[in-house]
Design a protein around this ligand. Structure first.
Ligand code: ATP
Ligand code: MG
Length: 265
């Protein structure tokens, strides 16, 4: 388990995460247990990122990162801003999403203009990620980061922020046609029919078994879900049952007025 040794900077976003350097030399974007979106989003991040990676989708490596009291005490910036005041980040086990390389060498972008999006090496993975987001009922739009590995001329996308999968802290699945889509529909240009999604649907049905769930489940620190084991188990059971729903959810996104799959006639 990586141990945080230094806070580098604050990141944008509702969970008020921090970029941190760890003892293993890696950099992680860390979300704290007492973030304003709720502790359960840490469980969602770990579970979601692990499952997406098992499906073969490009995600950062995810880890449980330890942040000790001592570091928090000595870092003025390790606070959560609340409506009126602020509170210290809580020490203990946090969620970490691995930064690609080191921040000194690798620039990471949240958005790319459409012309550059077309040149992303793994653009078709957005179709796979939509299958994942429909399955897990991600109630936020899809988010990704883009970066170029050293000496590479083309961008690569990593899928980040699985915090609102399973409807954030609600752990239910209020499906709706436009949920989970990426804001720039250009990323779906390779979708000319349901066949663009079929390999991913097959992976959910074939690979996302109860055994995989059991493995991932064991990794989630109990503090992240208030030790409410039953609630977590109920959510996971629903997730298993939903595997056969996903094809239909993709079709309803296609039929929606937004027409996200502009090449699927
Ligand atoms: N693995 C990563 N590598 C590099 N940058 C990352 C990584 N994970 C997150 N980030 C950056 O940190 C920011 C915040 O991350 P994230 O979106 O997960 O948090 P959030 O608080 O839920 O944000 P929001 O409220 O905007 O959705 C992202 O916009 C992105 O720039
Ligand atoms: Mg986000």
């Amino acid at each position: 388990m990586p141990l945080a040794v230094q806070q580098v900077r604050r990141m944008r976003g509702g969970a008020q995460s921090h970029l941190m350097r760890c003892e293993d030399g890696g950099y992680y974007v860390v979300k704290f247990q007492n973030n304003p979106q709720g502790a359960r989003i840490l469980a969602n991040e770990l579970l979601g990122t692990r499952l997406a990676a098992r499906m073969g989708l490009p995600t950062p490596a995810a880890a449980v990162v330890e942040v000790r009291e001592n570091l928090i005490e000595h870092t003025d910036d390790l606070v959560i801003q609340l409506g009126r005041g602020r509170t210290r980040c809580r020490a203990g086990l946090q969620f970490g999403s691995r930064y690609p390389g080191s921040p000194a060498d690798t620039v990471v972008y949240d958005f790319l203009p459409d012309e550059q999006l077309r040149e992303v090496v793994n653009l078709a993975d957005f179709c796979g990620m939509l299958v994942f987001d429909k399955w897990t009922c991600n109630t936020n739009g899809r988010q990704a980061v883009f970066f170029r590995a050293r000496a590479e001329s083309r961008y690569q996308a990593w899928m980040i922020d699985q915090g609102f999968c399973f409807n954030a802290v609600e752990w239910n699945f209020p499906d709706a046609p436009l949920r989970g889509l990426y804001a720039r529909h250009r990323v779906y240009e390779s979708a000319r029919g349901l066949q663009a999604f079929e390999p991913w649907l097959a992976r959910i049905e074939g690979k996302m078994t109860e055994a995989v769930f059991d493995e991932v489940y064991k990794e989630i620190p109990g503090e992240w879900y208030g030790f409410e084991t039953e609630a977590l188990e109920r959510m996971l059971e629903q997730l298993l049952r939903r595997r056969k729903l996903v094809r239909e959810l993709i079709v309803s996104a296609w039929k929606s007025s937004a027409q996200p799959f502009f090449n699927w006639k």
